[in-house]
Design a protein around this ligand. Structure first.
Ligand SMILES: Cc1ncc(COP(=O)(O)O)c(C=O)c1O
Length: 411
């Protein structure tokens, strides 16, 4: 009898938490369409209220809602003065947007290996620093905080700004503090797949007021028309972007933000339940989670001792009724793995001038190849993961643990 007896509900974390409140928020706004624009004047709009509440909840200083996580990361980099001639270190395992936002501001992404936290390897981060490194973007993949203590210390020693890509880690904490708040800046994505969602959306958070003003300039060409008083005499306004959030999205996101703590409390408890049901593993180790209390609990990942054992474990898990996603299948283009970022590997540029690589401002010599981060590929080749979401139950967790125990005993 396979260990999985109860159907595991499919679904994506945030959407499984939707109810009448999201519907009512959208309908209410549609009944009052004169309020559909985010810079409406008069009463604060949904976007204004979301930004205020997100700062209260997280402890961040400044928040700007935009139309995607990619836009939010781009605004953050502009806010930190990153531009042509600079390089920015990003992990080799993250969504491709983490590298794309660097190119959006004309800078060069440099890839660093991950370790068994599935986040950036601090030692490789330090090795990859060049004379041109202005910032590092640390991604907390699947809700698990990276080794922020070590990464921040290295960045501080070298005078490098720290950005946390929290697009997959909304609600995660590090040492009790919301991920990102103790760094120079961070970003959330509110796209369909994230912990809270409004379909598409993003939030840029910055600790410094001047940086925030620049992020606002990056977000909207007419920024000064909408947000007067932000730019001081030391900051020259500029026009970029076109990243304005829709009020309809912001209205839904406000409801979701109020649910965030409850969603994460549930996923965290589910993951703890799963972990408590596991026997001591033979053929795998658990993903290293530096701060288990801060883990958002949306993913359970294990790392097999060899690729062969991992394959055998996958087969045995399937026999137990559990299909697990393996992070790196050769030939399966998971865009979270750098080797599949064709556009970057091939130095793709919008024009023949080949910017940002051929920008005369850039004095470095970055080279990309599909095997340039072998440690990352080796770890991902041995990594199996199960997504956890709000719609799952304790029974699901118990049975998943039993499936791992049975499969591990058989391999
Ligand atoms: C780690 C990471 N960074 C950035 C992004 C970009 O967010 P968006 O899709 O909202 O632009 C995502 C979204 O999938 C992500 O997972």
């Amino acid at each position: 009898m396979p260990a999985i007896k109860t159907p595991i509900p499919s679904g994506v974390n945030a959407v499984t938490s939707f109810d009448e409140r999201e519907v009512n928020a959208a309908v209410e706004l549609l009944r009052n369409p004169s309020r559909l624009f985010r810079h409406r004047g008069g009463e604060p709009t949904n976007a204004d209220l979301f930004e205020k509440r997100a700062c209260e909840l997280t402890g961040a200083k400044h928040a700007l809602m935009v139309n995607s996580g990619t836009s939010a990361l781009t605004c953050v980099l502009a806010g930190l003065d990153v531009g042509p001639g600079d390089d920015v270190i990003v992990p080799a395992y993250t969504y491709i947007a983490t590298a794309a936002c660097v190119m959006n501001v004309g800078a060069i992404p440099i890839l660093a290996e991950i370790d068994d936290s599935l986040g950036m390897d601090p030692a490789d981060f330090e090795r990859k620093i060049t004379p041109y490194t202005k910032a590092v973007i640390v991604t907390h993949m699947q809700g698990v905080p990276s080794h922020m203590g070590a990464l921040r210390e290295i960045a501080r020693k070298h005078g490098i700004k720290v950005v946390e890509d929290c697009c997959q880690a909304i609600g995660a904490r590090y040492n009790g503090v919301y991920c990102g708040v103790e760094s120079d800046a961070f970003a959330w994505s509110l796209n369909y797949f994230k912990t809270i969602t409004c379909g598409e959306g993003g939030v840029a958070f910055l600790s410094d007021e001047r940086g925030f003003a620049k992020a606002v300039c990056q977000s909207d060409p007419a920024n000064l028309m909408w947000k007067s008083g932000l730019i001081d005499e030391n900051t020259k306004p500029f026009s970029r972007g076109g990243y304005r959030i829709s009020e309809l999205s912001a209205a839904i996101a406000r409801v979701q933000l109020e649910k965030l703590e409850g969603i994460v409390a549930k996923t965290r408890a589910l993951k703890k339940r799963l972990l408590s049901g596991l026997n001591a593993p033979k053929n795998y180790t658990l993903q290293c989670v530096g701060d288990p209390e801060g883990d958002a609990g949306i993913s359970f990942a294990v790392i097999g001792k060899s690729p062969e054992q991992t394959k055998a474990l996958t087969v045995a898990l399937a026999e137990e009724g559990l299909r697990v996603g393996s992070a790196y299948n050769e030939g399966f283009p998971d865009r979270h793995i750098y080797a599949y970022w064709d556009s970057l590997m091939e130095y793709g540029a919008p024009t023949a001038a080949g910017y940002p690589w051929k920008d005369p401002a850039y004095k470095g010599e970055v080279k990309y190849s599909r095997d340039m981060c072998p440690k990352t590929l080796d770890i991902l080749n041995r990594c199996l993961r199960v997504g956890i979401h709000f719609g799952m139950s304790e029974t699901n967790m118990d049975e998943i643990a039993q499936a791992f125990n049975a499969a591990d005993a058989r391999v």
